[in-house]
Design a binder for this molecule. Structure first.
Ligand SMILES: Nc1ncnc2c1ncn2[C@@H]1O[C@H](COP(=O)(O)OP(=O)(O)OP(=O)(O)O)[C@@H](O)[C@H]1O
Ligand SMILES: N[C@@H](CCO)C(=O)O
Length: 317
């Protein structure tokens, strides 16, 4: 029976946890903000059919699509278990823009591997799947980082542990916070946005990074909203990346003036996010960003909450 998986958008870094903190997102209006991948049936030769708002941005050759690499990666893992996997017919509904900072490739990777695993009766455990997801994400961006694939797969706010037995730890979040996200419509390559960062950081920045992350995690566990929000300042990527983003400073200034608790770049951009604890302010910031941050017809904005469910796998009727 065909199996479909939905994998939500995610924000990597969340300003204060470069490469090791990520958040899954769900628009509060119920709209889909994530890719869907189906495994339809076994066939003679691998095939992939693309649909969705951003399908036209995908490589035309199916073997250049990361979903194909997911199939190969899954087949190799299954071979280790002594199981031979035949070519399959797959479908990708590409709802997330590529190079958006919303974990677009991660969403395709997670949905593809979750659907493949579901189709074959879940032979691979979650930990193994997540490692494979990270490996495939690393293939695209140049280095393995789990801050999109882990929240996309598991849901919620995830802190990377990356021990031999566990990749990610789930952190508590505040139910009353909204996350306004706005994608400008431009494309920023993750690999390029990583290249512009320094290879080394000075002592003061390193101490600041450690202080912020430690205090933030403690504040989350104690439910101290104000303290948590006050730690959400990016000392690692934003100083270098914001020059790639049109109208970033004005967007932050407006959001903070409207009462946003924090404002930053989602992943490697160009999507920005504002954390807000008031729905009216969240809607107001969304409207302003739609008017002032979006650059073309591909852009969009949503008021979101944390997606606590992560990837959803369904057997088709
Ligand atoms: N299914 C897919 N989804 C997204 N990108 C894909 C897919 N298949 C192949 N690619 C290629 O992978 C690369 C993705 O680039 P990049 O990592 O910058 O984007 P991204 O993962 O969409 O970014 P972000 O995490 O910021 O949303 C592009 O070159 C794109 O053509
Ligand atoms: N942590 C990654 C996320 C990419 O979406 C980066 O900022 O490069």
């Amino acid at each position: 029976m065909a199996v479909t998986a939905y994998a939500p958008a995610s924000t990597g870094n969340v300003s204060l946890g470069f490469d090791i903190l990520g958040l899954a997102l769900a628009p509060i209006d119920g709209s889909l903000l994530g890719d869907r991948v189906s495994v339809v049936e076994e066939t003679q030769a691998f095939s992939l059919e693309n649909s969705g708002r951003f399908a036209h941005k995908l490589p035309e050759d199916p073997t250049q699509n990361i979903v194909y690499d997911c199939f190969l990666g899954f087949k190799a893992e299954m071979a280790e278990l002594g199981i031979d996997v035949q070519p399959v017919k797959m479908k990708l509904e590409k709802n997330l823009p590529i190079g958006s900072g919303l974990g677009s490739s991660a969403s395709s990777i997670v949905a593809a591997l979750a659907a493949l695993n579901g189709f074959y009766g879940n032979p691979l455990n979650s930990e193994l799947l997540l490692r494979l997801m990270g490996k495939l994400e690393g293939q695209i961006s140049g280095s393995i980082h789990y801050d999109n694939v882990a929240p996309c797969f598991l849901g919620g706010l995830q802190l990377m542990l990356e021990s031999e037995t566990q990749i990610s730890l789930s952190l508590p979040t505040f139910d009353d916070w909204y996350w306004v996200i706005c994608y400008s419509g431009a494309s920023v390559s993750t690999a390029a946005a990583r290249e512009i960062l320094p290879a080394q950081y000075d002592k003061a920045t390193t101490i600041e990074f450690g202080r912020q992350l430690a205090v933030f995690v403690d504040a989350l566990h104690r439910g101290d909203r104000a303290l948590a929000a006050s730690m959400m300042k990016d000392v690692v990527a934003e100083p270098y990346r914001k020059s790639l983003l049109n109208n970033f400073d004005a967007s932050r200034a407006y959001s903070l003036q409207q009462g946003a608790l924090a404002f930053g770049i989602s992943g490697s951009g160009p999507t920005v996010f504002a954390a807000v604890d008031n729905l009216n302010a969240a809607n107001d910031i969304k409207s302003w960003l739609e008017q002032n941050y979006i650059q073309n017809e591909n852009g969009f904005a949503h008021v979101c909450k944390v997606d606590t469910r992560g990837t959803q796998v369904l057997e088709d009727e």
